[in-house]
Design a protein around this ligand. Structure first.
Ligand code: IPE
Ligand code: IPE
Ligand code: MG
Length: 263
């Protein structure tokens, strides 16, 4: 809601002018972000890649705060893919340490903003100390009724579809249904994002024009907004720009009639 920004937006700022462009009755229900470009941000400054990840934490805070104030139903952040294990051990360890630190520092604020936290992905493969923080954050915020913040960790879109198919087959067997009756709803029920609103808007930073195995099923009809901004430089205005851009799109979902971006 506009009033939720009153305390945090400077009069005359770019944030304020963008907020005036937002159509409040047509917000995207679910926004997902591929947070990319940390390494390049660091390289531009002659710093190690890890410095880029550290700087990226401030961008996460800005995105979460903005999403909550906008009143999004869901914000999903791609933090670590099933392919990111290919990176040097030191970088992976640093990312996991930063995630734990982020959760410890931000949990009070997340809870105060009525945000429900969850992690999505094959999180069982993460270190026990990481899982502990994730469980704690999810449990503490489970009853919150505002935006759902999902952090994708050891997440892969293909892995998610495989997991959903496995769950669907198991359910079919227990229910004694014929496998030929398997349908999209059966698979959707097993996705990590079950219960979340439709993914309306997928944002990627750093100018890369690819999905990199993120939300393959859910992105079927999402609008895609790519910004050249590197993730550590991403702030409130960048998310607002993405929302305003989304609201200018004609969504047809394969039909012919213009569908006004729905809420
Ligand atoms: C995104 O930034 C963060 C993660 C993938 C964890 P990158 O680390 O991919 O940064 P670039 O793409 O190398 O610049
Ligand atoms: C996607 O970024 C994964 C995350 C943002 C967590 P990558 O940097 O891993 O993707 P590619 O390698 O450019 O496709
Ligand atoms: Mg990258």
């Amino acid at each position: 809601m506009l009033s939720d920004f009153a305390q945090v937006v400077e009069p005359g700022s770019r944030d304020e002018s963008l907020l005036k462009l937002v159509a409040w009755d047509r917000l995207p229900r679910h926004v997902a972000v591929i947070m990319d470009g940390n390494g390049r941000w660091a390289a531009q400054r002659g710093q190690p890649r890890v410095a880029g990840h550290r700087a990226g934490v401030e961008a996460v805070r800005a995105a979460v705060d903005t999403g909550a104030r906008l009143g999004l139903g869901a914000l999903t952040l791609y933090a670590f893919s099933t392919e990111n294990w290919k990176r040097p051990r030191l970088e992976v360890d640093a990312l996991m340490r930063m995630l734990k630190r982020y959760l410890r520092l931000e949990l009070d604020e997340i809870d105060r903003q009525n945000i429900r936290f969850q992690s999505i992905g094959r999180t069982a493969a993460l270190a026990e100390s990481v899982r502990r923080e994730l469980t704690n954050a999810a449990e503490r915020t489970a009853k919150n009724t505002g935006m759902t913040l999902s952090v994708a960790l050891n997440y892969g879109g293909r892995a998610e579809i495989v997991d959903a198919c496995r769950a669907a087959i198991e359910r079919l067997q227990t229910e004694g249904r014929d496998p030929s009756g398997l349908d999209a709803a059966d698979i959707e029920r097993g996705l990590y994002t079950r219960g979340l609103p439709e993914l309306d808007l997928l944002v990627r930073t750093s100018g890369e024009m690819r999905i990199s195995n993120f939300l393959l099923w859910q992105a079927a009809y999402s609008e895609i907004h790519v910004t050249e901004t590197l993730w550590p430089d991403f702030r409130r205005a960048h998310l607002l720009e993405a929302v305003v851009d989304f609201q200018r799109r004609d969504r047809r979902f394969g039909g012919l009639k213009l569908v006004v971006n729905a809420k």
